[in-house]
Design a protein around this ligand. Structure first.
Ligand SMILES: [Fe+2]
Length: 293
């Protein structure tokens, strides 16, 4: 492995980290993720993730197995919530793709949820900590993954708003997400399988102790608040959080491995590409987190 010096202010990192926007994200140079990494590299990458929230490794060529091995350095792989047509679960390492099994391209809009601002699996008691997507096939234009730094968004709130939201609790549910994004309603079986959960509106990062807004389209309602007041407050906080000063929008290059921290970010896919003619295949691994507090 080529060891390069570091330019992001931490001399102990065995790679170069180049910041990609004022708000978040760094490009990491000098790491081949197809090879096993040692303890020093593992720690340095995690440290960089905590610092930058999104890490971009260019020019990788990872098999599912190699991506799985890299991912499990950071915890346990999370299963997919969706099911294939035969009723079985998607494989643990799966693709976000607009290509059907028969090879035809279909609009990704058949699954709208990922294209709305969210943080992965916030409708679970134990949501995702880290998500990794690897660009196997990417469109020539559009199809970006957009990120918002929810720690910065929280810190930028006026003091009176912080005081108002600091102790609020929020119900998240898969069912609410289906409604919020205009998907067909959840079935009774699906509702039973994924009951609503309650999380704090402001969560504390388990490793850095910093606070971040924990919101997204999986929200049903703020606890002890009327539907109208809850909807208005959630909308206000969402609008605040996706402002340009909190953003990094990742334009995919083939071979990118993008790794992000769901505990401090919201994200969404962009549907602004030619879905009928271009492929967008992102190989996904997700690491289970801890209960938000
Ligand atoms: Fe997602």
């Amino acid at each position: 492995m080529q060891i390069a010096s570091h330019d992001s202010g931490n001399a102990t990192h065995p790679f170069t980290a180049k910041r990609l926007s004022d708000a978040l994200a760094a490009e990491i140079e000098g790491v081949d993720l197809s090879q096993p990494i040692d303890g020093t590299m593992k720690e340095a990458i995690y440290d960089a993730l905590l610092q930058h929230h999104v890490l971009v490794f260019r020019d990788q060529a990872l098999t599912r197995e190699q991506q799985g091995i890299f991912a499990t350095n950071y915890g346990e792989l999370e299963g997919h919530v969706g099911r294939l047509r035969n009723g079985e679960r998607y494989p643990v390492i799966n693709d976000i793709t607009n290509i059907q099994p028969d090879g035809k391209k279909v609009p990704e809009l058949v699954n709208r949820g990922p294209n709305h601002w969210h943080t992965d699996k916030s409708y679970h008691e134990i949501p995702s900590a880290i998500t990794m997507l690897h660009g196997k096939q990417v469109p020539s234009k559009g199809g970006e993954t957009l990120f918002a730094n929810m720690r910065l968004a929280y810190e930028a709130l006026p003091p009176q708003t912080k005081a108002r939201v600091d102790d609020l609790k929020v119900v998240h549910s898969w069912e609410a997400n289906r409604k919020n994004v205009g998907e067909t309603p959840a079935t009774e079986d699906q509702k039973r399988e994924r009951p609503p959960v309650t999380h704090p509106l402001i969560r504390t990062h388990p490793d850095t102790g910093t606070k971040a807004l924990y919101i997204g389209t999986h929200i049903d309602k703020i606890v002890d608040m009327s539907r109208a007041d809850s909807d208005a407050l959630v909308e206000e906080l969402m609008e605040h959080s996706i402002q340009p000063q909190f953003r990094y929008d990742h334009a995919w290059r083939q071979g990118d491995l993008v790794m992000w921290d769901n505990r401090s970010l919201m994200h969404r896919g962009n549907t602004n590409y030619d879905m009928a003619n271009e492929s967008r295949v992102l190989q996904r691994t997700v690491i289970i987190g801890t209960k938000p507090f």
